[in-house]
Design a protein around this ligand. Structure first.
Ligand SMILES: NC(=O)c1ccc[n+]([C@@H]2O[C@H](COP(=O)([O-])OP(=O)(O)OC[C@H]3O[C@@H](n4cnc5c(N)ncnc54)[C@H](O)[C@@H]3O)[C@@H](O)[C@H]2O)c1
Length: 345
């Protein structure tokens, strides 16, 4: 694929951002990517540095360490580089952390996103793509989750900030004719992923002979989505902005779109732990006779959590001829391979 584009990716040292940046740099020699990340210590900064180091070897990559909340900096970067495409992935992630650290969410996800929107208003762009989350569905009973479902009942501040992003983007699309696409990601996992997420923290605990806590007594289902599928989805979406067109009343319709990117195949938490443990043994990270039962504790549901996530991906398939397809076993195998190598296990 050939492009001639200047793209900003915020959160470029994060899990999804770094994988997206790397894939774009490998596939396109006439793209210039500016990555912005504040390298915060919400989780092990060493992993963010590891991802950043991989990207630094590309000539057409410029890294800027900075905050989304720094309006002056954001405006300066937008003026200087005149971006074609903006991909906003920087955010304070995590549902549980939002219960005790609300400030981080308002600063990064609300003020930071507003700064991006304002910069897009002053500096014309072709497409703004931004990360939303399956958490906006709250405790939606109906499955699979559709972008047509009413999502006015967030069960965490994190979810509320992601839903707010969608509302703000809609207003900016309508008022200023800015093409925006929100992507609701569903539980993303893979190599060099986020240590705060279950597949990673469970692995750390099992390796350290600690006990893992399985919430809602294991009666949870998650639509686990492999990182390469998320990256493929973002790339297809970023290259096709919603069209600018007029409605029946002759007035412009907001060039606004919203999609789920999820595996469309929820897995039971206990099956997920079973597969993870089998792959850890297969790779030799854990011994063959490891006593998993002794390291498993079934506990009640946690505040902010939901019992199931399940993405309806029909619109993604219809508009982009794509849906995630990596099986949990194949994806976890790749994660375990990376883990063994990275931690020299
Ligand atoms: N990983 C998932 O399962 C998942 C699911 C749904 C939605 N999302 C969303 O996708 C996006 C990327 O997620 P991720 O898993 O890669 O998370 P991540 O935490 O690995 O990446 C986010 C990056 O943004 C940076 N950042 C945070 N606040 C910033 C700020 N104010 N200014 C500049 N940089 C800042 C962090 O340092 C980090 O490197 C996030 O918006 C997240 O909410 C992720």
């Amino acid at each position: 694929m050939k492009t001639n584009k200047t793209v900003i990716i915020t959160g470029s040292s994060g899990f999804i951002g770094a994988n997206l940046t790397k894939r774009l740099l490998i596939d396109n020699n006439d793209i210039h990517i500016v990555g912005l990340d504040n390298m915060n210590d919400y989780y092990d900064v060493g992993i963010k540095e590891y991802r950043l180091n991989e990207l630094k070897s590309f000539n057409n990559y410029t890294f800027i360490k900075g905050n989304l909340e720094d309006k002056e900096l954001i405006n300066k970067i937008f003026k200087e580089y005149k971006f074609d495409i903006v991909i906003n992935l920087a955010a304070q992630a995590g549902v549980r952390y939002s219960i005790t650290n609300p400030d981080a969410y308002i600063n990064s996800n609300i003020i930071g996103f507003y700064n991006i929107l304002e910069a897009c208003r002053s500096n014309p762009i072709k497409h703004l793509v931004y990360a939303s989350s399956s958490s906006v569905y709250g405790s939606n009973i109906k499955v699979p989750y559709s972008t047509d479902d009413k999502v006015d009942n967030p069960v965490s501040l994190y979810a509320a900030t992601k839903k707010s992003n969608e509302l703000l983007a809609h207003a900016y699309s309508k008022l200023y004719n800015i093409p925006t696409t929100g992507l609701r990601f569903f539980t993303v996992y893979g190599p060099a992923g986020r240590p705060d997420m279950a597949y990673f923290s469970f692995t750390n605990k099992l390796v350290n002979n600690e006990t893992i806590k399985i919430f809602n007594y294991g009666n949870c289902k998650r639509d686990f989505t492999y990182i390469d599928d998320i990256v493929e989805g973002i790339i297809r979406v970023m290259n096709k902005a919603p069209e600018k067109r007029n409605g029946k009343d002759g007035l412009p319709m907001p060039p606004y779109a919203l999609y789920n990117i999820g595996n469309n195949h929820p897995e039971n938490l206990l099956d997920f732990v079973q597969i993870l443990s089998e792959e850890l043994v297969n790779a030799g990270v854990l011994p063959k006779d490891y006593d998993f039962e002794a390291h498993k504790e079934l506990v009640p549901m946690q505040a902010g959590d939901v019992p199931i996530t399940y993405a309806d991906t029909t619109p993604l398939e219809r508009d982009f001829n794509f849906k995630p397809h990596t099986s949990l076993r194949d994806g976890l195998k790749e994660f375990v391979k990376w883990y063994k190598e990275y931690y020299k296990k």
